[in-house]
Design a protein around this ligand. Structure first.
Ligand code: FES
Ligand SMILES: [Fe+2]
Length: 383
């Protein structure tokens, strides 16, 4: 506030604390964000073989992503059509031909069709006196593959994948083809860490979008990308990528050389770091020799699991020493998530009832806040 009591134009208001703590807000986000938009679920290579499956939480639903015998990936709600038992309880696995419910053994093919139900001899294809098995297959969920990940959408009428997902990356980079240069679908997971973060998912998004904190909490990253010391976020302007400092040989924890650039990386992408937010739950970090890909799984108002993949050219992932390369962003992640953990408890303080403020280097976060409010349908009044 200025001395006149009016907000300073340099400082924009944030969302109020309730947005980060309220069960009602989180329930509305589950419905209107995670269950309505395209949600990045699994790395396709993690379910590479027929019969392999992975279970993921998408909003309130448990979703199975399964590789079929025809090698197609499909997604289903993880709910038996008989009396509703969870079909798969383990987080991942592989079956030979079928998914069998552990309760009464209704059995589904990898394409979701009901293929057997014990002691129900009248089960038929055509109906008649029995039941028609086609009416009792697993409930399918929309699935698209992009960048080597399976993205699922629980909406009955999914939004345009091209606009909402591909378009977000194109808009950020200013060129629809820029991300294709990294051939992310061909890269291999060289390193993966799953972070259990005691913070609301929006704090993690907001933190990723700004670099006002970089000089304070990211000494290694700021040494590599000197412009971050000034607080400028790589995401605040279209097409901008932060340039490596002179004397920096690679995107590694100590600036030592990394690996050869990915084959398609062009001159405008050499020696630069690009960051992309694909709402609601994905961050993509592009550097010349690898890609760091974050998927968030918001589990509660104050708990988010973040799975981070470090993706490399297959020969590098298989044979190279990745430790100095992966250590850089692991430190960045720990530094960021510690900051988010430290912020979460204060969200329920009276001091934050009406929220805080965004300085000019953070003004682009206001757009994210407007987007959240518009998805939920109405602003939430401070308690
Ligand atoms: S609930 Fe699955 S077979 Fe009965
Ligand atoms: Fe950060």
């Amino acid at each position: 506030m200025t001395t006149t009591g009016r907000p300073s134009p340099a400082l924009l208001p944030t969302l109020g604390g309730d947005y980060y703590t309220s069960a009602a807000v989180f329930a509305a986000e589950q419905r209107h964000v995670f269950e309505s938009m395209w949600f990045c679920a699994v790395r396709a290579g993690d379910v590479g073989e027929p019969g392999q499956f992975k279970k993921v939480q998408v909003g309130r639903e448990s979703v199975l992503v399964v590789r079929g015998r025809d090698r197609m990936l499909r997604a289903f709600l993880n709910v038996c059509r008989h009396r509703g038992a969870l079909l798969c309880t383990q987080p991942e696995g592989r079956v030979r031909r079928n998914l069998r419910c552990p309760y009464h053994s209704w059995t589904y093919g990898l394409d979701g069709t009901l293929v057997a139900a014990p002691n129900l001899s009248a089960l038929t294809e055509e109906g008649g006196a029995g039941i028609d098995r086609r009416d009792y297959g697993l409930v399918a969920v929309a699935l698209r593959e992009w960048l080597g990940y399976a993205w699922v959408c629980l909406a009955e009428d999914p939004p345009s994948f091209e606009d909402d997902v591909v378009g977000a990356a194109a808009h950020r980079l200013g060129d629809p083809r820029a991300i294709d240069a990294y051939r992310i679908d061909t890269l291999q997971v060289g390193h993966r860490v799953s972070y259990d973060v005691a913070a609301n998912w929006k704090l993690i998004v907001e933190n990723f979008m700004e670099c006002y904190h970089c000089a304070t909490i990211h000494p290694e990253l700021t040494r590599l990308l000197p412009e971050f010391a000034g607080g400028r976020a790589a995401q605040s302007s279209v097409g901008h990528g932060a340039e490596f400092g002179s004397g920096v040989d690679g995107f590694t924890v100590d600036g030592s050389p990394g690996f050869p650039s990915l084959p398609g990386v062009g001159t405008g992408q050499e020696r630069r770091y690009f960051a992309i937010t694909v709402k609601p739950t994905v961050f993509i970090n592009l550097v010349p020799d690898h890609v760091i890909f974050h998927r968030m799984f918001p589990l509660a108002p104050d708990r988010t699991v973040v799975e981070c993949d470090w993706l490399y050219a297959p020969d590098v992932a298989a044979t190279a020493d990745l430790s100095r390369s992966a250590e850089l962003f692991h430190r960045v992640n720990e530094q960021d998530f510690d900051a988010c953990r430290r912020t979460q408890p204060a969200m329920s303080s009276r001091a934050y009832r009406a929220g805080g403020v965004l300085v000019p280097a953070e003004h682009h976060i206001a757009e994210f806040h407007r987007w959240v409010v518009s998805r939920l349908g109405a602003p939430i009044a401070p308690r």
